[in-house]
Ligand binder design. Structure first.
Ligand code: NDP
Length: 284
């Protein structure tokens, strides 16, 4: 039997439609729509696609959007000036600095310059700390997108065994935290984990975020599981996940595809966070 596919693209489309309706309601009431500024430094082709998609998403839902495309030779001082200008711009509620930055620019320092109330990616230490304390202003887009998919599929996480493969600050760690907040029993695995297949086979839910094409193979899963594939790997012209989808889908109960799974949800959550940033700015 082939697993049911969690259609991230369709769920994200529904979320965008709801956001677009909210924006129309705001405009009718004379409220200025949310604004998102996207900054891209350099000419990394994958980043160019991500930035273009995010800009198009904003336009589709009626947000105000600014795209700042800077050359790879941009100095920290120039980038700093731009971020500060955007921090002060009342039309901008969210600022997204596309990563990775070219060598020579200090990612951590640049991210920390973004005003926490405009940090819609939830990368600022203050927002990360609030998330950890259980009082989040924003939820990090990718893990929040995964949670939204599980909610849509009516997955009850309470008491379930969840395994997160990958422990990055952007995906793995916050993913584990959000699953734990919903009362799952969470195990975090990484490159030094011993006997990973045994651990993943015993889980109810496996989230894979490591950046290795088709890493999670059929011998690492078992019947009835939910598999969430966060990975986005370019293999030639194709975008491939961290899961060997064709084989794993024959065994498990629910699975996300790549493309069309977590990726579109991440983008939808960015819009949701920008909405939230505008609401918080207006309500004070
Ligand atoms: P990082 O490179 O920051 O982290 C990778 C993690 O995977 C590390 O914790 C590493 O362990 C672990 N890892 C690497 N190899 C293995 C292995 N053989 N076994 C077990 N664990 C391993 O990656 P990110 O978290 O930033 O991204 C992960 C993937 O998710 C990428 O493909 C990225 O493109 C994708 N991504 C997708 C998004 C989306 O919207 N769909 C958004 C963000 C990322 P250790 O810590 O020990 O080194």
């Amino acid at each position: 039997m082939t697993a049911n596919i969690i259609d991230g693209k369709a769920i994200a489309t529904a979320m965008r439609a709801e956001i677009a309706q909210n924006v129309r309601n705001m405009v009718e009431k004379g409220i200025t729509p949310p604004g998102l500024a996207v900054i891209l430094v350099g000419d990394d082709p994958a980043s160019q696609i991500y930035v273009r998609n995010k800009k198009n998403d904003c336009i589709k839902v009626g947000f105000y959007t600014e795209e700042h495309l800077l050359p790879a030779v941009t100095s920290e001082e120039e980038l700093k000036k731009l971020i500060i200008r955007l921090n002060q711009n009342p039309k901008i509620h969210g600022i997204l600095l596309q990563l990775p930055l070219p060598a020579g620019l200090n990612e951590k320092a640049m991210l920390e310059l973004i005003a926490p109330e405009k940090d819609v990616d939830c990368f600022h230490p203050l927002n990360v700390g609030n998330l950890f304390l259980g009082i989040p202003r924003f939820l990090p887009c990718t893990p929040a997108g995964v949670m939204e998919m599980l909610k849509y599929e009516k997955v009850n996480l309470q008491g379930k065994r969840a395994v997160v493969v990958g422990r990055s600050n952007i995906v793995g760690k916050p993913m584990a935290l959000l699953l734990m907040n919903e009362h799952a029993t969470v195990t975090i695995c990484h490159s030094r984990t011993i006997d990973l297949p045994k651990i993943t086979r015993e889980a109810d839910i496996v989230v894979v975020a490591i950046g290795k094409a088709k890493f999670l193979t059929e011998d690492m899963v078992s019947k009835g599981q939910i598999i969430i594939d966060v990975g986005q790997n370019r293999v030639g012209e194709k975008l491939v996940g961290d899961v060997d989808f064709d084989r794993v889908a024959q065994i498990v109960a629910l699975i996300t595809p790549v493309p069309g799974g977590v990726g579109p949800m991440t983008r939808a959550m960015l819009l949701k966070n920008t909405m939230q940033a505008e609401r918080l700015a207006r309500k004070g």
